[in-house]
Design a protein. Structure first.
Length: 272
C-alpha cells in the first residue's frame, strides 16, 4: 500500500502531521494538524496509506484507530489551500486518486478499524471515518459534505456514504451541504456509538481491546468476507460464503475456540 509521490513532496516523506503509536495491540493513527482542523494534505493522505500498510504487516497490531488531534476536529476534509502547486495536470489528477486508494486500503486492511470522532468530520474526513469498520463519536461531533458550497462535488466520498446510510439521505447531504449533529448521524445509522465527550476515550479504548481479544485469523477471514460480498446479489453472496465457513472450521483457532467453550475456559488464540 505504498503511495506514489505526491505533488511537491519527496518519496516516503513522513512528518509530525501524522502520529503513529502502537500500544497493547492497538495502532493509533492521529492526524496532527489541529491548527488546520486536521485537514487532509497530500502528505497526510500518503502517510495514512503508508502507516496502514505498516499496521497491516505488523502481527502485533490487532486493531487500528484513526483520529484527529485536539478537541475541534476529527478531520475537516481536504486542505484546499495547501494542495495547490506547480505539478502537472496528470500528476495532480493521479494524486487526487490517493483518497480513493486510502478508502480501499481501509476496506482491505484485514484488521478492525475504528474512527474516533470529535468535532468536525467533514468532506474527505467524513469519507475517511465511514471507511472504517466502526465510528465512535462524541456528542459534540458535526458531520457533512460541504463541497457543493465551494463549487465541488464529493465524488469519491459517495462510496463510503452510500455504504453507510440510505442513498437518498446521502444525496440530500451532498446536494445541500447541510451539516448534521452526532445524534442525527446516529439516527441515520452512520455511527456505531454516540457517547458523551467525557466517555469517548474510554469507549474507544474498551472497544479496541475487545476487538483485539478476538482470534486475528478469524477476524481477518470474516472481515474480508464481509467486504467481499457487500455488493453481491444474495444468491451470489451465499455461494461465496458457504465454502468460507468450511475453510474457517479448518483453522487452529476454530478448534481452540470450540474446545475452550466445552471446557468452560478462555480461548488461547494463535492466529492460525
Amino acid at each position: 500500500m505504498m503511495s506514489p509521490r505526491m505533488p511537491g513532496e519527496y518519496a516516503g516523506a513522513m512528518t509530525e502531521e501524522l502520529l503513529y503509536d502502537v500500544q497493547s495491540g492497538v495502532a493509533t493513527l492521529t492526524i496532527n494538524r489541529p491548527e488546520r482542523r486536521n485537514a487532509l494534505s497530500w502528505g497526510v493522505i500518503s502517510g495514512l496509506r503508508e502507516r496502514l500498510g505498516q499496521a497491516k504487516a505488523d502481527p502485533d497490531v490487532r486493531v487500528v484507530v484513526i483520529t484527529g488531534a485536539g478537541e475541534k476536529a476529527f478531520c475537516a476534509g481536504a486542505d484546499l489551500g495547501g494542495m495547490a502547486d506547480n505539478a502537472s495536470y496528470v500528476e495532480v489528477h493521479d494524486a487526487r486518486g490517493e483518497l480513493a486508494r486510502l478508502f480501499t486500503d481501509c476496506y482491505s486492511l484485514g484488521k478492525p478499524t475504528i474512527a474516533k470522532v470529535r468535532g468536525f468530520c467533514l468532506a474527505g474526513g467524513f469519507g475517511l471515518a465511514l471507511s472504517c469498520d466502526l465510528v465512535i463519536a462524541a456528542e459534540d461531533s458535526v458531520f457533512g459534505t460541504p463541497e457543493i458550497n465551494v463549487g465541488l462535488w464529493p465524488y469519491m466520498i459517495t462510496v463510503p456514504l452510500c455504504r453507510s446510510m440510505p442513498p437518498k439521505k446521502a444525496l440530500e447531504l451532498m446536494m445541500t451541504g447541510r451539516r448534521i449533529d452526532a445524534h442525527e448521524a446516529d439516527s441515520l445509522g452512520l455511527l456505531s456509538r454516540c457517547v458523551a465527550v467525557a466517555d469517548l476515550d474510554s469507549t474507544v479504548a474498551d472497544t479496541a481491546q475487545l476487538l483485539a481479544s478476538k482470534s486475528p485469523s478469524v477476524m481477518r477471514a470474516g472481515r474480508d468476507s464481509f467486504y467481499g460480498v457487500w455488493d453481491l446479489a444474495a444468491a451470489d453472496a451465499l455461494r461465496t460464503l458457504h465454502p468460507l465457513l468450511t475453510l474457517n472450521t479448518s483453522f487452529e483457532d476454530a478448534a481452540e475456540g470450540i474446545t475452550a467453550f466445552l471446557e468452560k475456559r478462555d480461548p488461547k488464540w494463535t492466529g492460525r
